[in-house]
Design a protein around this ligand. Structure first.
Ligand SMILES: Cc1cc2nc3c(=O)[nH]c(=O)nc-3n(C[C@H](O)[C@H](O)[C@H](O)COP(=O)(O)OP(=O)(O)OC[C@H]3O[C@@H](n4cnc5c(N)ncnc54)[C@H](O)[C@@H]3O)c2cc1C
Length: 498
């Protein structure tokens, strides 16, 4: 019998990533978006190391690196003097930097990849309502002429942004608060004679100005407050940004024009559960927060990357729907952490009290001189350090405390690409034949890589004796086993692939 498709509502970065994950596993889906044309707004600019690793797996990394602008350092200034500099090359990833690329371009690359896989975005279609009975979902979608269509779908995933229809129809509270600060932002073209060129965060007793280079003479400016004499309800202008740039920057930045001027108010909100039966929420539909640290789009993409393979495994390989419960369980702590940290960062850069500001400036300048502090900060910002412990789908039979723990990202993302699980089998004394039962039973689901002599990998995984690392398709370690015991591995696999 033909399977009902999965319906993905919303073709922003989250929905597009999910569609690619399903398309490359040949899972039937429909991806709809209410907009008749893709958005041209630059919105999210920062693509962090972990997302770059995901993009390598999805097959768009070359284009992203080619089109984007590499960010290797972030410099913090206070009253025009350099206070601290963060170095992204401390991130242990094949991509020890962030890439600056307007969100519209990232979405265009994802869309192109989806098309290469035979997929498409169905535009001008809006999810208006749905019912679900614990087994299937009946969704109503409407085109731009008001024509309605009723669809029976196996799952609905609401990737429909901060004002999510899916979340409203589920009647899930979007718990949190909004700040009363009005931030302004502009994407500007500067005169080439301007001297400022690098990424910077400029602190001042009045607030903060953020400057991100987007291309040759293109910059994103964002400020936590209005220029002196401008009322909060007024629309921002180029002249206002010029005033702010003159006030904050040590060098001259001559703004010629702006392609986007906007205001925004920071909100911190999230839902308590990302799943109700066969309906899921992902991306901004499930969590929103301050743009500080540039985490929003990255977090949404990784929601989709976590959910995609699980949906495919349940639909294609008849794995237990219990697997899907791990999506909420694993991703909610990540989002809560992002909310907490972006709130703390936003507060830190907008401190009002002069003594607190002095203390902050001294502390920032002092602690960032230590390498381990730098590494800690960039690991968090790049999302390389995030892990899924505890999760009900990870386990280990491991003697001792060494090695890479389960639930953590496999530190060799290049070995964890593709749609299958990967078994890294470090076999120094045993023969590869011991894995014949695994090969026979799980040939379609697991790619086995036997390592007999590779000092680099042995060091990374602390593999001094025979052992196994079992890596999920999203690159996190689901199980490890030492000393290598194939019977234990088989028991784990038979409980895992149920
Ligand atoms: C000014 C600004 C700067 C930002 N900077 C960064 C940054 O540097 N780094 C970062 O990581 N994040 C940043 N963000 C956040 C980032 O833009 C969002 O987190 C990201 O867009 C979320 O992606 P999404 O796919 O979940 O939702 P969205 O991008 O909002 O996409 C949702 C899609 O769903 C569609 N839709 C909505 N309702 C329906 C419906 N009922 N039926 C069908 N389709 C529907 C919409 O048309 C839209 O295309 C920034 C945001 C803003 C506003």
């Amino acid at each position: 019998m033909e399977q009902s498709p999965i319906l993905i509502a919303g073709a922003g970065p989250t929905g597009l990533t999910l569609a690619i994950e399903l398309a490359r596993r040949h899972i039937p889906y429909r991806l709809i978006d209410q907009l008749t044309e893709p958005t041209t707004q630059s919105r999210a600019l920062g693509i962090h190391a972990r997302t770059l690793e995901v993009f390598a797996d999805l097959g768009i990394i070359d284009q992203v690196l080619q089109r984007g602008h590499k960010m290797q350092t972030m410099t913090v200034f206070a009253r025009r003097r350099q206070l601290a500099q963060l170095h992204y090359d401390r991130v242990t990833s094949p991509y020890p930097f962030a890439i600056i690329l307007p969100q519209a371009e990232t979405e265009a690359l994802l869309t192109q990849r989806l098309q290469e896989l035979g997929g498409q975005v169905e535009r001008g279609l809006r999810l208006t309502d749905f019912t679900h009975n614990g087994k299937t979902v009946v969704a109503t979608i409407q085109d731009v002429n008001g024509q309605q269509e009723t669809m029976h779908v196996s799952y609905l995933v609401g990737c429909d942004g901060a004002h999510s229809t899916t979340r409203h129809r589920l009647d899930l509270p979007f718990t949190g608060d909004a700040t009363d600060e009005n931030w302004i932002l502009a994407d500007v073209t500067i005169n080439p004679s301007s001297t400022r060129r690098s990424f910077g965060l400029f602190l001042d007793p009045q607030g903060v100005l953020l400057l991100i280079p987007m291309g040759q003479n293109e910059y994103r400016l964002a400020a936590s407050h209005r220029a002196v004499g401008v009322q909060p309800q007024e629309e921002p202008t180029v002249a206002e940004f010029q005033t702010l740039a003159d006030h904050y920057l040590p060098e001259r930045l001559h703004i010629e024009s702006a392609s986007w001027l906007s205001t925004f108010r920071i909100q911190y909100r999230h839902v308590a559960n990302y799943q109700q039966d066969h309906v899921f929420l992902a991306g901004d539909a499930a969590h929103i927060h301050s743009p500080a640290g540039g985490q929003g789009m990255n977090t949404g993409i990784q929601d989709a990357y976590n959910l995609g393979w699980k949906l495919a495994q349940v639909m294609r390989d008849n794995m237990s729907p219990m697997l899907l419960a791990s999506y909420s369980q694993e991703r909610i702590p990540v989002a809560l952490n992002v909310l907490k940290e972006t709130r703390a960062l936003t507060r830190l850069v907008t401190l009002r009290h002069s003594i607190a500001q002095k203390l902050r400036n001294w502390l920032m300048s002092f602690i960032t001189r230590f390498g381990f502090v730098q590494t800690g900060i960039v690991d968090r910002m790049s999302e390389i350090g995030l892990h899924y412990r505890p999760s009900h789908i990870i386990r280990e039979d491991w003697r001792g405390h060494t090695g890479v723990k389960t639930g953590h990202r496999a530190p060799t993302p290049e070995l964890a690409q593709g749609v299958n699980h990967v078994l890294l089998a470090f076999l120094f004394t045993s023969d590869a034949d011991v894995l014949a039962p695994v090969q026979q039973r799980y040939a379609e689901l697991i790619d086995i890589q036997i390592i007999t002599d590779d000092e680099r990998l042995q060091n990374i995984y602390h593999a001094n004796t025979d052992c196994f690392y079992f890596i999920r398709p999203d690159g996190y370690i689901a199980y490890r086993n030492q000393p290598a015991n194939v019977q234990q591995l088989l028991v784990f696999l038979s409980n895992y692939f149920v």
